[in-house]
Ligand binder design. Structure first.
Ligand code: TYM
Length: 350
C-alpha cells in the first residue's frame, strides 16, 4: 500500500526552497495519499549539538506544516525524537550500511569539510537515520528536493542489502514479498522507496548566486526568501536578486547558461503551478524590470497567508505540542510493528 514519508530539519530559516521543494508537494500529496510528515530533530543535532532553542525550532517546522495546509488529523505530523524506533532502527542500519557508502555522500563531504576526523560520528551516520525514518513505516514514496536524491539512493541500498541478507528468514517468517533484485528474486521486507523529485523547482538557487543552492545556512539573508519574511522584505529581496542584462527568452531552451534567469522563472512556475514554457510564453521578450514585480506580487500572494498562519499557530505552543504528541502516538503504533518484525528477523529478543 503506498505511503508517503518526508521530513524537515528544525535548523532555522525555513525558506522558499524548502517550501517549493518539499512543503508545497506535501500539501498536494495529502489529497490522494496517506502521509507521514516528520520534524527531524535528531538530525538537527548533526548540524549543531548545542542549539539555542531546538524546541522552538521544532515547533516552527510543525507550524509551517500546519500553516501550509497539512491536516494533522487525516495524516501524521510528529517529531522524530518522540518515537524511539527511529534511533533503534538507525542503529541496526548502521550495522547494515558500509562506511564507504557514508563517506561517499556529497552532503557529508560538504559538511565535514577538510577536517573529517573531527566531524561527528552522527554526521557520518546521518543517512542511516534518514533511511530508518523512511523504512520504519515501510514508506514507498518520499517527496524531497533534488539535494536529497543521493540519500534516497542510499536508503534503497540499505533496504536492498537487508532484504538480500535476510531473505531466507523473511520468507520463513512469512514477513516479506518476492521482489526482483537484479537477476535474482529475494523476499523483501522493506520496499525500495521512490523519491518524488518533480516540477520546476526541485533545486531553488540562491537569489545572489545562481550556482549556489538556496540554503538555511547562507550568511546572506538576501540570498533566500524566508517563510517568515514580511511582504516588503520579499519584494525587496526579489528586486535585488541577481540577474543578467538580457530580456527573458520565449522558450525554456533560452534559459541555458542563464542560471539566475532560470531560477526566477522556475520559482514563478512553481508558485503559480504552471510550467516554465507557459511562463515564458507570457513573459518572453520582456525585461527583468517587468518580470521581477510580477514575481514579487505572486510570491507575496502565496507566502503572506502562510506566514500569517504560522504566526497564529505559533502563538499557542501548547496546542502544537498536543498535535505533535498525538501524531507521535499514532506513529509509534506503526513503528512498533516494524520493529517487532525486524527484531524477530534479526533474532533480537524483546
Ligand atoms: P532539509 O531540512 O535540509 O530540507 C527540507 C526539504 O527541503 C528541500 N530543500 C530544497 N528544495 C529545493 N530547493 C532548495 N534550495 C532546497 N533546500 C532544501 C530538501 O530537499 C528537503 O526535501 N535530510 C533531509 C531531512 C530528512 C528527510 C528524512 C527527508 C531526514 N529524514 C526522511 C525525507 C525523508 C534534509 O536535510 O532536509
Amino acid at each position: 500500500k503506498p505511503l508517503v514519508f518526508s521530513g524537515i530539519q528544525p535548523t532555522g530559516n525555513l525558506h522558499l526552497g524548502n517550501y517549493l521543494g518539499a512543503i508545497q508537494k506535501f500539501v498536494a500529496l495529502q489529497d490522494t495519499q496517506d502521509c507521514i510528515f516528520c520534524v527531524v530533530d535528531l538530525h538537527a543535532l548533526t548540524a549543531q549539538l548545542v542549539q539555542e532553542d531546538l524546541a522552538q525550532q521544532t515547533r516552527e517546522i510543525a507550524a509551517a506544516y500546519l500553516a501550509a495546509g497539512i491536516d494533522p488529523k487525516r495524516h501524521i505530523v510528529f517529531n522524530q525524537a518522540a518515537v524511539p524506533g527511529h534511533s533503534e532502527l538507525a542503529w541496526i542500519f548502521n550495522c547494515v550500511a558500509r562506511i564507504g557508502w557514508m563517506t561517499r555522500m556529497t552532503q557529508f563531504k560538504d559538511k565535514a569539510g577538510k577536517d573529517r576526523e573531527n566531524a561527528s560520528l552522527g554526521l557520518l551516520a546521518y543517512p542511516s537515520l534518514m533511511a530508518a525514518d523512511i523504512l520504519l513505516y515501510r514508506a514507498t514514496h518520499v517527496p524531497v528536493g533534488d539535494d536529497q536524491k543521493q540519500h534516497l539512493e542510499l536508503t534503497r541500498d540499505i533496504a536492498t542489502k537487508f532484504n538480500h541478507d535476510f531473505s531466507a528468514r523473511i520468507e520463513a517468517k512469512g514477513l516479506g514479498v518476492p521482489m526482483a533484485m537484479g537477476d535474482e528474486t529475494v523476499n523483501g521486507y522493506f520496499p525500495l522507496a521512490e523519491p518524488l523529485i518533480e516540477g520546476p523547482a526541485t533545486r531553488v538557487m540562491s537569489l545572489k548566486d545562481g550556482s549556489k543552492k538556496m540554503s538555511k545556512s547562507d550568511p546572506s539573508d538576501l540570498s533566500r526568501i524566508n517563510l517568515t519574511d514580511d511582504d516588503e522584505t520579499i519584494a525587496k529581496k526579489i528586486r535585488k536578486a541577481k540577474t543578467d542584462p538580457d530580456a527573458l527568452p520565449s522558450e525554456p531552451a533560452g534559459l541555458a547558461g542563464r542560471p539566475e534567469a532560470d531560477n526566477l522563472v522556475g520559482i514563478y512556475a512553481a508558485l503559480s503551478g504552471r510550467s516554465k514554457a507557459d511562463i515564458l510564453t507570457e513573459f518572453g521578450g520582456r525585461p527583468f524590470s517587468e518580470f521581477k514585480p510580477a514575481l514579487a506580487d505572486l510570491a507575496v500572494d502565496k507566502l503572506a497567508p502562510i506566514a500569517g498562519d504560522m504566526r497564529r499557530v505559533l502563538s499557542d505552543p501548547a496546542e502544537i505540542d498536543r498535535t505533535l504528541k498525538d501524531g507521535a502516538e499514532r506513529a509509534r503504533a506503526l513503528a512498533d510493528r516494524t520493529l517487532a518484525d525486524v527484531k524477530s528477523i534479526l533474532g533480537l529478543l524483546g
